[in-house]
Design a protein around this ligand. Structure first.
Ligand code: DX5
Ligand code: ZN
Length: 212
């Protein structure tokens, strides 16, 4: 299981120390939530913050774009050091735009993911399964950390696993992950667990080990 702690829940008065602990925790990815105040009613980080994290952490930078204009911001965050860019299905209007964004991310040598909010059925992802590297299932309404896991995400994980049979596709789940919900996601066929408050509200290393 790949663990992707979400730096949305970092305590920003003690960033350096927590990143040091994170680097040694066994987590392989760092999940970086970008929110623009429009796609979701919250604002988070710009590219300079990602650049700083790249300097102090070797973890893979997993950038989750919760923005109205993922086509513009994909380049901004790839320039800043993103290894993987995940955009929302709901943010673009046509399948053609989504295919071309995935192709563009690949042309730049990065991995591409596509995400759905809780209300969007995973059947809409079928046309992208062959080319995307990752599908991100939201198990909370995007926008804020600390919300409760929505169990309907488990069926979505299983459905995507089935859809992707015989293909190399990572399934990531984001929102309300702790040891218990993480275990349920693993059993449903998930590969990557995003966890924010669960990791940063207690001992980072202990929390990560309980999810692996
Ligand atoms: C929500 C974000 C999540 C969030 C998860 O919009 O995408 O990554 O940080 O936080 P927890 O683990 O606290 O639910
Ligand atoms: Zn996220």
């Amino acid at each position: 299981m790949i663990i992707a702690p979400s730096v949305l829940s970092l305590h920003y008065d003690d960033t350096q120390q927590q990143i040091r602990e994170l680097n040694e925790s066994g987590a392989q990815w760092m999940h970086f939530d970008v929110m623009d105040g429009h796609f979701v009613r919250n604002l988070t980080f710009g590219p300079d913050i990602l650049k700083a994290f790249c300097r102090i952490s070797p973890l893979l930078k997993d950038v989750h774009l919760m923005v109205d204009d993922p086509v513009f911001f994909a380049d901004v965050f790839m320039d800043a050091g993103a290894d993987l860019i995940t955009f929302h299905y709901e943010a673009l209007q046509t399948e053609e735009q989504m295919h071309s964004l995935i192709a563009h991310i690949h042309e730049r040598g990065k991995k591409a993911g596509i995400s759905v909010k809780p209300a969007t059925p995973v059947s809409v992802l079928e046309p992208f399964i062959a080319e995307a590297d990752l599908v991100l299932i939201m198990s909370v309404e995007p926008g804020f950390g600390g919300q409760a896991f929505m169990p309907a995400a488990l069926d979505k994980i299983s459905a995507v696993r089935k859809m992707a049979e015989g293909k190399e596709l990572l399934i990531e789940v984001d929102g309300g992950i702790n040891a218990e919900t993480g275990k349920a996601c693993r059993e449903a066929g998930c590969d990557v667990l995003v966890a924010g408050s669960y990791v940063f509200k207690k001992d980072i290393k202990e929390a990560v080990s309980s999810l692996v």
